[in-house]
Write a protein that binds this ligand. Structure first.
Ligand code: KG4
Ligand code: ZN
Length: 338
């Protein structure tokens, strides 16, 4: 059985063919057309431009995904599409394209939550993974802990009260002069910075909210770092990007490491997934692995290629919804909200 996944919630147009072979999900193709070079000119995603770029790309990307999987539309058994959350103008492109394709070809349609799809990328990395498990999704829009009761039931048990970790990486990277999105460059610079000691003299507030709830606030960190960087610039000094990258990364990663044990205790899970674009961060991966090892929790992290937005993860969650009998019809609408 093959599911065609379609993703257009933000700045990546993606289509993928994923096959279920005896309960194991196999990625046959995963084509991602990134709009990053376009949005980079503006320092962030411009929703109107994103919507238009999805319209231009969605059909080509879908047929490329079928071609590179070596299949035709007639080999597809269902279509899964991201319907929420995300940029509404961007989501509508994928949803309407998927609805038309499903209707015209008499195929079942499955609506997928983008944040759940990030978690489902873990099924593509580990065929042993079974719910219930704990999931931490860290992306440009989310930093949330979920108790995944079963493959289609996600209960949010904590997370950020304001900005997401990815947003903090991107905004702070931007004032440090890095192109959008800054996450990967911050990761590399932090590795250099940790080899020196001067980052420790940059004092930043912890995003871990006081108490034993698995909750964060990244806006305080963002404001504090912005003030430090801007006052250095006003004094005519050049902020040390390497030291800042290390200090910011340390603040974010150590807050996650501090709160993770509370999430593990709250769910009692012995399995955990780390997912989302920021799960590509080498320092975060290492810190979460260390906490999991200490608590006897088995960790699954998708490969970096499946951490950022892609349609294979949408198809993976699509399989879960399909198996649970959760189908959509031509009335399916997109929604910006969770
Ligand atoms: O999941 P994603 O592709 O899109 C959303 O659903 O938001 O996540 C994008 C985020 C961006 O903020 C980007 O800077 C961040 O993931 N990111 C990273 C790394 N690679 C991507 N953040 C930190 N370290 C990385 N290596
Ligand atoms: Zn995403």
């Amino acid at each position: 059985m093959i599911i065609l996944g379609i993703e257009s919630s933000c700045d990546e147009t993606s289509a993928a063919a994923v096959e279920d072979v005896g309960g194991k999900m196999l990625v046959r193709s995963n084509v991602v057309a990134s709009q990053v070079p376009t949005h980079r000119l503006y320092g962030g995603v411009v929703p109107e431009i994103a919507g238009r770029a999805h319209i231009e790309a969605v059909s080509r990307v879908t047929y490329e995904a079928l071609d590179s999987a070596g299949i035709a539309l007639s080999d597809v058994d269902a279509i899964a599409v991201t319907s929420h959350p995300g940029l509404i103008g961007a989501l509508l492109v994928g949803v309407n394209f998927a609805k038309s394709l499903a209707y015209a070809n008499g195929l079942p349609l499955v609506a997928v939550n983008h944040v759940h799809a990030h978690t489902a990328a873990a099924y593509l990395a580990s065929w042993q993974l079974r719910a219930p498990f704990l999931s931490l999704v860290v992306s440009g829009g989310h930093t949330s802990f979920y108790f995944v009761k079963n493959p289609t039931e996600y209960v949010e048990i904590g997370g950020t009260r304001d900005d997401a970790a990815g947003e903090a990486f991107d905004k702070l990277g931007r004032v440090l002069g890095m192109p959008y999105p800054a996450g990967a460059e911050m990761d590399k610079l932090a590795t250099e910075g940790f080899m020196r000691n001067d980052w420790k003299s940059i004092s930043l507030p912890s995003p871990a909210i006081h108490g034993d709830e698995p909750t964060f606030s990244f806006s305080g960190l963002k404001t504090a770092a912005l003030n430090l960087i801007n006052s250095e610039k006003q004094r005519g000094e050049e902020p040390d990007r390497t030291a800042y990258a290390a200090a910011i990364t340390h603040a974010i990663v150590s807050a996650v490491a501090k709160k993770l044990p509370y999430a593990i205790a709250a769910t009692g899970c012995r399995d955990m997934v780390l997912a989302g674009g920021v799960a590509a961060n080498s320092h975060l991966r290492r810190a979460v692995a260390e906490v999991c090892e200490k608590h006897g929790v088995r960790l699954t992290v998708p490969p970096v290629s499946l951490c950022g937005d892609n349609a294979a993860m949408v198809a993976a969650q699509g399989f879960c919804e399909y198996r649970a009998g959760n189908f959509a019809d031509t009335h399916l609408n997109a929604s910006a909200l969770d």
